[in-house]
Design a protein around this ligand. Structure first.
Ligand SMILES: [Zn+2]
Length: 435
């Protein structure tokens, strides 16, 4: 057919089509094949140890802990490693990354570089054993979440606030409710609220307790959880306001922490990664936004404050101190440093620190019946460490195996290294970890 005839034909087809052309949605990827994971030591994500479990995975879910390898099931031998549920970080910023010049990316970056940056942060998190992250928040986290969930794009399961809610004591109740409903309409999984200004600019209160109640009540009314960035007495204000999770809590008193515990709020002080990462990379940040030398020095100087608050929190009976790193550019993929901070700087037990990123974090996200435990019926989000983190905590840095939803994304096991392991080859779904 000549080009003019082709064009005419196409035009005819177009005109003859009675309604708007509508393509079928791209189908999701096929379910992963069945897998049996042989283990010698596994942690179940809720404080228990499993010996010699054989974890059967079908259609992306755990179906049994006593599997007999079925015909056609792939067998992966994780004996000699420590197996546990994929970790969950309830507070990251995947959108934050360094640009081509090595500086914190700004809005002047090209859209493609921006997309690559967020995808790389997601991949690095997954490779570090974090199979679920809650990213709070940037609008670009929405398309990333959807691509991973619906189209097999590699990365952790993502929940996102898409943005955050800021204001001051003069912001009207109607405006506050409107902001919550707008996020809901945009597809947010939770609401992120700033109840205090940044630590770099004074950590001063923004909203009143009454305003926080308006926001957190409205979030609950539309079916969303609320996460509040709070310092000092804003911690107890957010707790009294019925908000779900309280972040940072720097400069809070023991009474503020106890108020949060009494209210049943999840608490997440950070001691192991975020400030250290800012200091290590400060020349990449300073000069952009509110990143200044003085602000960086304040964070470093006040790190013992975070440690004090964290220590009070983990030692307060019935507290729910959930895993949360606030990872930003430079920190994605190093989230496990927070485990080491929790144990070394707050005096938490290694098991409690690990559980805070498994069943406790899953519960905090409202996903306790889907992820965070090695139990039949849950999603097969499973990782393995080279070493036993209860004996040698640094093993959290040595993630050799990552499965999310039954798909193997990382398997760096060496057949000879552990003596007689069967030597499963890397999955076709895996791509090599970035050096
Ligand atoms: Zn944050």
């Amino acid at each position: 057919m000549t080009l003019p005839r082709l064009a005419a034909h196409a035009l005819f087809v177009f005109l003859a089509t009675p309604c708007v052309l509508r393509a079928a949605p791209v189908p999701p990827p096929p379910p992963p094949p069945p897998v049996v994971l042989l283990t010698s030591l596994a942690l179940d994500g809720q404080g228990g140890r499993l010996r010699e479990a054989r974890i059967g995975v079908v259609d992306g879910r755990i179906v049994t802990l006593t599997a007999t390898p079925a015909q056609g099931a792939r067998v992966i031998d994780l004996r000699g490693y420590t197996v546990l549920p994929g970790w969950i970080d309830t507070h990251v910023h995947l959108a934050y990354h360094f640009d081509r010049t090595g500086r914190i990316a700004t809005e002047s970056e090209s859209p493609l570089d921006t997309a690559n940056g967020i995808a790389a942060g997601a991949w690095d998190s997954l490779m570090a054993g974090f199979t679920t992250v809650q990213s709070v928040g940037d609008p670009s986290e929405g398309p990333l979440r959807d691509a991973i969930r619906d189209h097999g794009f590699p990365g952790p399961r993502v929940l996102t606030s898409l943005g955050w809610i800021e204001g001051d004591a003069a912001t009207s109740d109607d405006a506050l409710r409107g902001m919550v409903r707008e996020r809901k309409a945009q597809g947010a999984d939770l609401i992120k609220i700033f109840a205090s200004s940044s630590q770099r600019v004074g950590a001063l209160p923004t909203f009143t307790e009454r305003q926080l109640r308006v926001l957190c009540d409205e979030a609950r009314a539309v079916g969303l959880r609320s996460m509040v960035h709070a310092y000092r007495s804003q911690v107890s204000a957010a707790a009294h306001a019925g908000c779900s999770e309280i972040e940072h809590a720097t400069y809070a008193s023991r009474e503020d922490i106890e108020a949060a515990v009494a209210a049943g709020a999840y608490l997440s002080p950070q001691v192991g990664l975020v400030v250290q990462n800012y200091i290590e990379n400060k020349e990449r940040y300073i000069g952009v936004g509110n990143y200044s030398e003085a602000g960086m020095q304040t964070m470093l100087h006040d790190l013992p404050e975070d440690e004090r608050v964290c220590s009070i929190a983990v030692h307060t009976p019935n507290s729910k101190v959930v895993f949360s790193t606030d990872a930003t550019a430079g920190a994605h993929g190093r989230n496990a440093e927070e485990f080491i901070g929790r144990v070394e700087r707050c005096g938490q037990s290694p098991m409690a620190a690990l559980v805070s990123a498994n069943s406790l974090a899953a519960e905090a996200l409202g996903l306790g019946d889907q992820i965070g435990r090695l139990v039949p019926g849950l999603e097969a989000d499973i990782i393995a460490l080279d070493g036993d983190p209860l004996q040698d905590l640094a093993a959290v840095r040595r993630v050799v195996f990552v499965m999310r939803g039954g798909v193997v994304y990382k398997w760096a096991g060496a057949p000879a290294a552990k003596g007689g392991r069967s030597g499963a080859a890397p999955s076709h779904a895996a791509r090599p970890a970035r050096p």
